[in-house]
Design a binder for this molecule. Sequence first.
Ligand SMILES: Nc1ncnc2c1ncn2[C@@H]1O[C@H](COP(=O)(O)OP(=O)(O)OP(=O)(O)O)[C@@H](O)[C@H]1O
Length: 277
Amino acid sequence: MSEPRAASPYLLELDGIEAGYGRAALVLRGLSVRVPPATIVCLVGPNGAGKSTVLKVASGLLAPRAGRVLVDGRDVTGHGPQQLLSVGVAHVLQGHSVFREMTVAENVLLGGYTLRDKAAVARRAEVVREIFPVVAERWTSLAGLLSGGQQKQVEFARSLMVEPRVVLLDEPSMGLDPKATGTVFAQVERMRAAGTAVLLVEQNARRALQTADIGCVLDLGRVHIEGPARELLADPQLGELYLGGRPAEPSGRPAGPGDRPADASGRPAEPPPASKA
Ligand SMILES: Nc1ncnc2c1ncn2[C@@H]1O[C@H](COP(=O)(O)OP(=O)(O)OP(=O)(O)O)[C@@H](O)[C@H]1O
C-alpha cells in the first residue's frame, strides 16, 4: 500500500540532510531546502560548499545518511534517480551532455524514452519545441554544430520531455559567454512560466539571483541564509562575502563580462552571523 500523501505547499523538500562521499567527512550537515511549485530557487555559496551535492541528493544520485527527501509531501528518501524521475524530479548535470553526433531531435527525444506512448512523445516534443524556439529551428541539425548556449537549451528540452515538476540545474551557464548566459537564464524563466519549478546551482551567483525567486546561501554544509533573491542581492554583507563584493544592481541588469563569479574569492573567513533560514 502506498504511503498517504501529506498536504505540503512544497513540491520538493530536503529536510535535515546529512550526506557525503565514502569515508570522507560529511559535506551536508543538516541542510534543509524547500522548493515551491513553479518557483526558481537558487543555491549559492563558496566552492566546495556542497551545492552540487544537494542536487545529487535531490535526484537520488546520492543517498543521504540522515534527513528526508520529500516530493509533494511524500517521503522518497533513498529512492534512486529513476524513481525520482518518475515522480517528477529531473536533473540536468554540470557540463555539456548532448550527443554531438546525433541530431537535436534525437537528443531531445531521448529524454522521452520512458514514455511508452508514441503520441505522448510527439505531444511533449511539440511543447518543448515551443518553449525553446532554437530547438525547433535546429531540429534536424547535428547537435555538435550548435553553440554552447544552444546545446544547453537542447539539454533543457530533453529534461522537459518527461514533463518534470522540478528541474535541478547544475551550473547551466558554465563555459558560456555573457550573451549565451543571458539566453540560458531567459530559458530558465520560460521553464518557470511553463509551470516547472527549478532548483538552480550557479557560479554566477549574482546573475542567478537576478532570475531566481528565492535564494539560499550555503556554507559549512547548511543553508545559512534563505530569502527572496532580490533581498539577498541587495544585502551589502552578502555581496561582500558571497557575490564577489560588488554592490547589487538596482536595475536587475544581467551580469556583464567584468562581473566576478560568486566564488572568485573562495571561502569567506567567517559565515554571516545571523541565520535567517
Ligand atoms: N564524487 C565525489 N567523491 C568524493 N568527494 C566529492 C565528490 N563530489 C564532490 N566531492 C566533495 O564534496 C565537497 C562538495 O562538493 P560539491 O561539488 O557539492 O560542491 P559545490 O558547492 O558544488 O562546489 P563548486 O562550486 O566548486 O562546484 C567537495 O569537498 C568535493 O571535493
